[in-house]
Design a protein around this ligand. Structure first.
Ligand SMILES: NC(=O)c1ccc[n+]([C@@H]2O[C@H](COP(=O)([O-])OP(=O)(O)OC[C@H]3O[C@@H](n4cnc5c(N)ncnc54)[C@H](O)[C@@H]3O)[C@@H](O)[C@H]2O)c1
Length: 324
């Protein structure tokens, strides 16, 4: 007997966030797979090549009986299908072809990113844009300028990947779980990245107490060349498993409003003494996007590395007329 039991209410959340992935190549399709299989997102996969997104979408949906419950997935070439997306992930672009200069690659990918952003934001005006196309920091700036979105809603993915690579190399060297390794990699994606050794710890203990300087330098160099090492092995493609996992880590932090601090390409407006440039900095991610750039105290060498990296990005933007 006793007091009557309160009736339990079971809430089933059937509304899933809609995410658009533009570019159904290696990175885009793998990202779509990870998102759909997470079960909490509906995904629209879009590509300019007719048949590819439709085919990959169909293939993904046929995994449902085996790996369900899945989110819905649709492959398309039509931006109408992407309407109302919470996040638009931009992986569309071309790889550098033989005979193509760096400037031509920039020009081509900038045109692609611009046209993708123009079409995507017409039907998803409240979306958060997550840019992946290389050269990353420059393309994120192109997306920002094209969209005229507030800076909180435009982000680039690179630092999560660079940090994940560094963590993996440290964990393998020390034979410890990668989960124990914490690090931050700031700066531009590529040669000018700035791994913060002082802020790298293993189970809370600084990296410098685990490894001598020459081993740390070797791991930093391997991280800096992490993308190239994979291209050299694959020959006709670049990395996509770790990049797609990095994208999903950022999407989860945004859509679950987790306030996770991750290194992302974000627009600096005075932070770290930098202005009007997208560069890798620690960012608190939540439902508003890049909710706060976390300002760490950097020593002179780290600050110089970050400023140099930002200077290189600005030089490229000025070089092809995107920045006045
Ligand atoms: N930021 C990072 O850390 C990171 C990591 C890996 C790859 N990338 C970059 O991501 C991009 C994609 O890499 P990938 O391996 O998937 O390349 P990929 O060649 O496999 O795929 C690119 C796709 O974009 C599509 N595309 C081209 N123009 C388009 C347009 N106007 N609209 C829609 N789709 C279009 C192509 O048809 C192709 O399917 C590249 O620029 C690559 O350098 C960045």
């Amino acid at each position: 007997m006793g007091a009557p039991q309160r009736e339990r209410t079971i809430r089933i959340n059937v509304a899933r966030e809609k995410i658009t992935v533009v570019g159904a190549g290696n990175v885009g399709a793998t990202t779509a797979q990870r998102l759909v299989e997470a079960g909490c997102y509906d995904v629209v996969l879009l590509d300019i090549v007719d048949g590819i997104p439709q085919g990959k979408g169909l293939d993904l949906s046929q995994a449902y009986p085996l790996v369900g419950p899945l989110g819905k997935v649709e492959g398309t070439g039509d931006y109408k299908a992407t309407a109302g997306s919470s996040v638009v992930i931009i992986t569309s672009g071309v790889a550098r072809k033989p005979g193509m200069t760096r400037e031509q690659l920039l020009e081509t990918n900038a045109k692609i990113v611009k046209s993708v952003v123009e079409q995507a934001i017409q039907v998803s005006p409240d979306a958060i844009l997550l840019v992946v196309t290389n050269p990353l920091d420059v393309m994120t700036y192109v997306a920002y300028k094209t969209s005229k979105f507030p800076r909180q809603r435009v982000l680039g993915m690179a630092g999560v990947l660079d940090a994940s690579r560094f963590r993996a190399f440290i964990a393998a060297e020390l034979k410890v779980s990668a989960e124990n390794v914490q690090t931050l990699v700031l700066g531009g994606h590529g040669d000018s990245m700035v791994p913060l050794i002082r802020y790298t710890t293993i189970a809370g203990v600084p990296l410098s107490e685990w490894l001598p300087p020459d081993r740390i330098e070797a791991l930093v160099n391997r991280t800096r060349d992490g993308g190239a090492e994979i291209v050299a092995l694959l020959k006709t493609a670049s990395a996509y498993y770790a990049p797609s996992a990095s994208i999903v880590t950022m999407v989860d932090a945004i859509l679950q409003d987790s306030k996770k601090i991750l290194p992302c390409a974000a627009m600096c407006c005075g932070e770290y003494g930098l202005n009007d440039v997208f560069i890798g900095v620690p960012v608190k991610l939540g439902c508003q996007g890049a909710e706060q750039i976390i300002t760490l105290s950097l020593n002179a060498e780290e600050q110089a590395g970050l400023s140099k990296s930002a200077g290189l990005v600005k030089e490229i933007l000025c070089g092809f007329g995107w920045m006045i």
